[in-house]
Design a protein. Sequence first.
Length: 188
Amino acid sequence: MTDMEHRDTGTSAQQQAQQQAQQQQAEAPTVPQARRSAEARGEAALPAAEMVAGAGWLTYAGIALVVLGGFHLIWGLTSLLRTTTFLVANTGLVITWNYTAWGWIHIAIAVLLVATGLAILARQKWARFAGIGIASISAFANFLTLAAFPIWSLIMIGVDILVIYGLATHGEAMTESMRESRAARRAA
């Protein structure tokens, strides 16, 4: 054998480094594996950015429901105390109930909106679905009384739609944050 055959060219060291890198990559879990293992441990499966965005939408939805409840309360009290402020007589509405009846309906919706909004801010799981339902009822009630306060009603319908969107698409963050808080309580 010659010296050239015994000489170390460094390729074996490079090959060893490559093999070690490949082994480390093979041992590292892929994203789907990490997500499945996180779900198996009961941890959050949503990426952190989605959870933050979802939490923001939930906070918006809770605050918006409380504010909408205040607006419904104003609408209801106005219809009970001062019926001359409306643009049309009650016969011009889709359902021709008198404004006193509509006032009590809006006050009842206001109470439900505020209670649901506070429950969403407290991250109650049931509040997500109740919020979607009561925001839908709110939008419908504002549509039925659109002739009385057109601009006011359109703005409230728009906010109702944003609340429904936030709760329907980002409500999973509420479930994930509840899982995290349960896991933290168990660990403590």
